[in-house]
Write a protein that binds this ligand. Sequence first.
Ligand code: ADP
Length: 253
Amino acid sequence: VETIVVKVGTSTLTYENGRLNLRRIEILVRVLSDLQNAGKHVILVSSGAIGVGWQVMGLDHRPNTVPEKQAAAAIGQPQLMSIYENFFRKYNQKNAQILLTHMVIDDPQMHENAINTLSALLDYKVIPIVNENDTVVTDEIRVGDNDTLSAYIAQMVKADLLILLTDIDGFYNSNPSCNPDAKFISEVMKITKEIESMAGDSASDLGTGGMRTKLIAAKIAHSVGTKTIIMNGESPENIYRVLEGDIIGTYFD
Ligand code: ADP
């Protein structure tokens, strides 16, 4: 069975005012449900919990302090899950929630447990929704960004494909938000030092790792034979085109 891990960033899930882009989320859910129906195994790695949480808390900005952020994550995570579950239920899909920290990657026993759990969920045709456990995480045990986290997940399930949905069409030879002459790169055969030097940070307040963490993710995925695609999450239906072999986004062998 073909296994696909899809990671969606906050910039794709929300409008600029920080509120959820339900229209886009619904389309993404329909596409993932359809792929599951077509017999593929699908895992979603989703950010967005803190964004949902701070609005519930009545703040007018993202929280700055650690306890506030962790409270926002605790409030936002079940709300986000509930939104996903409502959409997925429309298409007769079942979900599970997996919250991890780096501890689960480092500790051999926890790692093996997580692998077995994911595999059981996929066998039961459940679509797992994964996030970092932001409510309990400290700097020491933080993965830190969902690009890297999604690559660890892809590694655990030996995914065929890791799709990183973001707010830009793919990887450019320099950051297009700073350099208007940046050129699009549609395929990266090897992540060399030169390629790494082209990757910049996130330009938005919402994003975390920019292209740097996406390259780290592509490397981790590559180490177990998983291909990675960075593509625009604006139109989740483009995932069909990718699976049909169209050249959109940036492909990492
Ligand atoms: P997400 O929340 O989807 O992970 P990020 O903001 O973290 O989004 O990452 C995407 C951003 O990375 C782009 O919008 C762009 O500003 C920035 N970026 C930095 N370097 C590059 C590059 N070489 N090519 C494309 N985008 C880049």
